[in-house]
Design a protein around this ligand. Structure first.
Ligand SMILES: Cc1ccc(-n2nc(C(C)(C)C)cc2NC(=O)NCCO)cc1
Length: 340
């Protein structure tokens, strides 16, 4: 009531309603803790250019903290490899918030699974090497832009790497997005609750996070990019680890996930990772793994050459092993990885 009633009436009469501009009934394509997403086209009367759009109806009502954060963040960011927010619709009657994005036909999770299943039935439809190189270059460009604006992603994984489809003028272009769950908790140590049917995976989480690191860093994003690179090459999650169903742990320490990392990478020595003993969960690590002698013969080179014939002297292996350095201080910045 603080606003003059007549002025309010004029404003609400002029405000463009999302249902007037877009047809989205029954066209839901996504559902998660963040809200629901519809694939839509503008109605002829709308002034949006023709093409497919994604309309996200934000969970909850009114300007929640996460809605504010998403709008404030996305409206400032503009890069070809980062999802772009086209329009915000505030439905005052229902206090609903709608975000309009360009529709991305694909995401890396589905593309990798498609090729993995195609491989199983022996049609050699594996991802062409140039595809992996192009996707990696675009992810690194997008992350370099975010990091230079001091935006950390915190939950990079194939499902958050969108790829524009054939009907889009930006065909084949990567759009880094954040479709969901982990965004609700800004600190790495918040308990993971099952507010979303899809179980959170730890496969892309850097070892320092699993050992209780208190803050996200750029190096944590680069570790995840290393995991994505390996998955593009092999069609398999590098640090695949079965998930217990009830992930209600409040501790960041995940023994099974750490075990999987060590059985691929080997166990980090004092020389490999000087600061390891200073991490909060180092005591648990020693209790569970001792000196890690049982992993002495494992290494990334051994894993990639024995399982996928990748040469340890190849340039792609060199980049992969830099991205997957156990010590976060030894991982390259996005710029250094781009130069590589
Ligand atoms: C609460 C909240 C949710 C998502 C974001 N977010 N962040 C990003 C980055 C890639 C710029 C980091 C992108 C988004 N949001 C989206 O990708 N939204 C589209 C589907 O939900 C921000 C904040």
């Amino acid at each position: 009531a603080w606003m003059d009633a007549d002025f309010r009436r004029q404003l609400s009469a002029r405000r463009e309603r999302v249902e007037d501009a877009f047809e989205f009934e029954g066209r839901k394509v996504g559902r998660g803790s963040y809200g629901q997403v519809f694939k839509t086209k503008p109605r002829s009367c709308a002034d949006a250019p023709a093409g497919d759009y994604a309309l996200k109806q934000i969970e909850g009502s009114g300007l929640s903290m996460s809605a504010c954060r998403e709008i404030a963040l996305l409206r400032e960011l503009k890069h070809p490899n980062v999802i772009s927010l086209k329009q915000v619709y505030l439905a005052h009657e229902t206090r609903q918030i709608w975000l309009l994005f360009d529709y991305a036909e694909h995401d890396l999770w589905r593309m990798i699974n498609f090729h993995a299943s195609a491989k199983k039935c022996n049609s050699q439809v594996s991802l062409p090497p140039n595809f992996t190189k192009s996707i990696m270059h675009q992810i690194l460009c997008g992350i370099h832009y975010l990091h230079s604006n001091w935006v950390l992603h915190r939950d990079l994984k194939p499902a958050n790497i969108l790829v524009m489809g054939a009907t889009s003028p930006e065909r084949g272009r990567v759009k880094i997005a954040d479709l969901g769950l982990a965004r609700l908790f800004h600190q790495p140590l918040t308990p993971l609750t099952e507010i979303d049917p899809v179980v959170v995976t730890f496969w892309y989480r850097a070892p320092e996070l699993l050992l209780g690191a208190r803050h996200y860093t750029k190096a944590i994003d680069l570790w995840a990019i290393g995991c994505i690179m390996a998955e593009l090459i092999t069609d398999k999650p590098l640090f695949y680890c079965k998930q217990e169903e009830d992930i209600k742990t409040s501790s960041p320490y995940n023994r099974d996930q750490l075990e999987r990392i060590f059985s691929v990478m080997g166990f980090p020595s004092q020389q490999d990772w000087r600061d390891l003993p200073h991490l909060p969960k180092y005591g648990d690590l020693v209790r569970n793994f001792g000196t890690g002698q049982q992993y002495a013969r494992f290494s990334l080179g051994r894993h990639m050459s024995r399982s996928f014939g990748m040469s340890e002297t190849s340039p792609e292996f060199r980049l992969l092993s830099r991205l997957l350095a156990m010590d976060p201080l030894r991982r390259p910045s996005a710029r250094e990885a781009l130069e590589d």
